[in-house]
Structure formats: C-alpha cells, structure tokens
Ligand binder design. Sequence first.
Ligand code: IMP
Ligand code: MG
Length: 183
Amino acid sequence: MSMYDDVEKILYSKESIQKRLQAVAKEMNALYSDADLPLLICNLKGAFMFLADLVRYLDFRHELDFIETSSYGAGTASSGDVRFLLDVGESITDRNVIIVEDIVDSGVTLSCILERFEARHARSVRVAALLNKPSRREIEVPIDFCGFVVPNEFVIGYGLDYDQQYRNLPFIGVLKPAVYQGS
Ligand code: IMP
Ligand code: MG
C-alpha cells in the first residue's frame, strides 16, 4: 500500500506552503535586514524541509546550525521528556538566534530549547514555526513567525513524521487515525 493511502486529507498543498513561506520570509527580511549576522538554528528532524525552503527566500546574511531534540516514541503525543540528541556547534553568546521548528504542539520542546539558549546569553531569541497547534498547548511559548495554525489533528508531510515516516510527502496532510490507533 502506498504511503499516500494513509493520508486522510491534504491541509496545505506544496504551492500554498511556498506562498506562505514567502510571506513569512518577508517579515523576517524586514526585521533582520540590519541585524548582526543572525544564527538560524534548525530543530531536526522535522524542520529540515521548512528550513531548506525558507532560507531560499531570506535576503539577509546569516549562519545556520542544527540541533536535534526528541520527545516522542512512536506515539502521537509528546512524552514530556525532551532529550537533546545534537547541540549547536558554536557559541550563541550575544548572537541573534532564530529557532526554526516544525510544529509547536504542547510547547514542551520549544520551552526547553528557549530555556537552554537563554541560559547561554543569546542577545535575542526568536522562533519561526511552520505550524502552530494552539489547542494542545500546555506551556505558553512565543512564536514570532508562524506558517499556519493547524487544528487538533495529527499532521504529517513536508518534514513532519509519524514513527519516522511520511517526511517526504510534498504537502502537509492529516494522518488517518487508523494508522496510529492500535499502535
Ligand atoms: P511539543 O513538545 O508537544 O510542542 O511537540 C513538539 C514536537 O512534537 C514537534 O517538534 C514535532 O516533532 C512533534 N509533533 C507534535 N505534533 C505533531 C504532529 O501533529 N505531527 C507530527 N509531529 C508532531
Ligand atoms: Mg517528530
């Protein structure tokens, strides 16, 4: 069976994602045009596709780095226990940092990342999130640049996974509940 058979519905097509990213990039370009070499930090793995497309619409000089966090097993809800599997390679002290995240759900992951970077005395820390699922929030977190607000459904594609699969879908869609019910 094709992975496309596991998609209940498409929320955002690849065209609508690109259109929205251009608008998000415009907001970022305006804010960072005079900034002192900002550092974009991509939270792997889910944000890899978002980062790759977003940076092509940015026109300010910047640097890139990557972190990897993990809080899920194979389920669809955060375990609340955030592990840092990969940390930034360079010092962020006095840097303007932009965290690039796939989706903010409970907010637990993002709040752990923010806490960690604020403790290291970044000059500023802002958040660019492809998706925001506010209905599930447990911890208040700031989102400075947001792609789309999504309903309380488990979404996949365009970098987002279920059990490490579906990241390559070119759109953002809802996973059929039958796929994870019983897992
Ligand atoms: P949070 O800590 O609950 O905010 O969850 C953040 C992480 O959980 C994200 O970086 C995603 O990797 C993952 N996640 C949350 N909701 C979804 C979803 O609907 N689809 C795929 N991954 C999700
Ligand atoms: Mg994930």
